[in-house]
Design a protein around this ligand. Structure first.
Ligand code: NOJ
Length: 559
């Protein structure tokens, strides 16, 4: 397995709308990010993944792009962006940009042309079809509720949109469209960026003919994933993208890939295949969903989480590479979902951080995670902004009369606005994020949970992350070591070893508020050096049997 800078890096995701507002309009912006680079440097991260900052009408907060080469007015100017890159590089930070090319905005010039007539030169930049017996061309459901097709009167055809109606899917079958994408990528690469995070990149190749999918009972539209996830030409497209755009720049790539399994991920990330460096897979964030999808809440067992991570750790052990995340701008806050955001917020946030940073792969931190920021519960649907949430609410409550409280509960658990409430910088009004009304309300717990408080407190989640990140730099075993489970039968303790160049590291994690007992396998010496832990431990403590405290984490380097 080769050594690479992106394997050793820790990546921090910024969702610019919610990070820091510098001009008092209630919306985060590029100058706001620049003002916080020293904060990020202190944390010790190496790379920033910046969610989209391109021109966009913001139907999906920038994931609907109307100009791939322009900066969104609300975020600043190209000169501001260039200054950001410069200020980052000066501090030794790398920048990866979001690449959203499964779809564009319907306000993109290509689509404005495309919809004009069937013989427009841009017609085939998108996916147009005739209706079938007076309705949609097929029964696929949009990821944001309702049909994945929208009728367009001008030409009496439908266009495909796997996301919102304002996000028409691009037609990757068209070589001209592919060339345009590669040119656009080179435009940013030539400005000196360090890589791309590729939005739903495994959706770009659709099965020929776009056939109907199997319709689950009682549903109007069918999840059509089998016909567009990991489609027939996806590997060809990614290899072509490497050859024509990425090669020669030495940048990193991570592909967001819902529905990818380990075998597919190996194909995507094996180094010799030259596709992407790593993928964001979704298996562990789907464990608490039922057959009805993400809003269909199910309890999650730690053992299921462990089985899933173990499968991925072992599956990509020799070939490929994992990306490690427990939350991002689409997922609820990790401490609320996998930890205990009440009695043990600080302990469980640190335990989960220990988990992510001691697995094999590249860890991703989502803004605010380093403070132990939590989910939010707004009293009214009016306070929510996310299109996925609002469409689902409209369909379930308003159109189908489903129980409003149940639907609100699923929003509290899974809604994307949980992650998008503004960064909590201090305890001043609006958490120091802005001086006017923020575009999305700040979580009321900002008075206790905020960066200023965390930086002042040596025991904070922030300082724990700082130590973890520094440790990873000093201990290549944390990056390259092999992974094996310990006590794989236990339902509360998740423990494993990492091994590298004759060294062994043991990680003990208590995923509960009980006090289960960790037992060291007999093949290890009793003593080791405690590298890090989230509770005080007396030096020289015997670790053959350890009663772990609620959400306790300990990492030992064995003698
Ligand atoms: C995945 C992105 O992470 C999400 O925020 C977005 O809504 C969809 N792709 C569509 O671009």
């Amino acid at each position: 397995m080769s050594k690479q800078w992106w394997k050793e890096a820790v990546i921090y995701q910024i969702y610019p709308r919610s990070f820091k507002d510098s001009n008092g309009d209630g919306i985060g912006d590029i100058n706001g990010i620049i003002s916080k680079l020293d904060y990020l440097n202190e944390l010790g991260i190496d790379v920033i993944w910046l969610s989209p900052v391109y021109q966009s009408p913001n139907d999906d907060n920038g994931y609907d792009i109307s100009d791939y080469r322009g900066i969104m007015d609300e975020f600043g100017t190209m000169a501001d962006w260039e200054r950001l890159l410069d200020e980052m590089h000066k501090r030794g930070l790398k920048l990866i940009m979001d690449l959203v090319v499964n779809h564009s905005s319907d306000e993109h010039a290509w689509f404005v042309e495309s919809r004009k007539s069937k013989d427009n030169p841009y017609r085939d930049y998108y996916i147009w079809m005739d209706g079938k017996e007076g309705s949609e061309p097929n029964n696929w459901e949009s990821c944001f509720s309702g049909s994945a097709w929208k009728y367009d009167e001008a030409t009496d055809q439908y266009f495909l949109h796997l996301f919102s109606q304002k996000q028409p899917d691009l037609n990757w079958e068209n070589p001209k469209l592919r060339e345009e994408v590669y040119e656009m990528m080179k435009f940013w690469l030539d400005k000196g960026i360090d890589g791309f995070r590729m939005d739903v990149i495994n959706f770009i190749s659709k099965v020929d003919g776009l056939p109907d999918a199997e319709l689950p009972e009682g549903r109007k539209f069918a999840p059509g994933g089998d016909y567009y996830m990991n489609g027939p030409k996806i590997h060809d497209y990614l290899q072509e993208m490497n050859e024509k755009a990425l090669s020669g720049y030495g940048v990193m790539t991570v592909g967001e890939m819902p529905g990818v399994n380990v075998e597919e991920a190996k194909l995507y990330t094996a180094e010799h295949r030259k596709e992407v460096n790593m993928v964001f897979q979704f298996e562990h964030v789907d464990l608490d969903s039922g057959p009805g999808g993400k809003w269909d809440l199910r309890p999650m067992k730690m053992s299921a989480l462990r089985d899933s991570f173990t499968k991925w750790q072992q599956g990509l052990e020799h070939e490929g590479w994992n990306s490690l995340y427990l939350n991002n701008h689409d997922q609820p806050r990790m401490v609320s979902r996998f930890g205990n955001d009440k009695e043990y917020r600080v302990e469980s946030a640190k335990m989960l951080a220990t988990f992510l940073h001691t697995l094999k792969g590249t860890p991703y931190i989502y803004q605010g995670e380093e403070l132990g920021m939590t989910n939010v519960r707004f009293g009214s649907i009016e306070d929510y902004q996310d299109i996925e949430t609002l469409n689902m609410y409209r369909e379930k409550v308003i159109e189908n009369g489903e129980d409003q409280d149940l639907v609100m509960n699923s929003i509290y658990a899974k809604g994307r606005d949980n992650a998008r409430t503004p960064m909590q910088w201090d305890d001043s009004e609006h958490g120091g994020f802005t001086t006017s009304d923020p575009w999305l309300k700040v979580n009321p717990n900002y008075t206790e949970i905020n960066a200023e408080q965390a930086m002042d407190d040596p025991d904070s989640v922030f300082h724990y992350y700082r130590r973890l990140i520094a440790l990873r730099k000093e201990n290549p075993i944390m990056v390259y070591g092999s992974y094996d489970l310990v006590m794989s039968y236990h339902d509360k303790i998740y423990a494993y070893t990492r091994k590298y160049e004759g060294q062994t590291m043991i990680v003990m994690l208590n995923f509960s508020d009980d006090k289960p007992v960790f037992k060291l396998p007999s093949d290890y010496e009793s003593a080791g050096n405690l590298l890090i832990g989230n509770y005080g431990v007396e030096s020289g403590t015997d670790i053959r049997e350890v009663e772990l405290r609620p959400y306790e984490a300990r990492v030992y380097l064995m003698k």
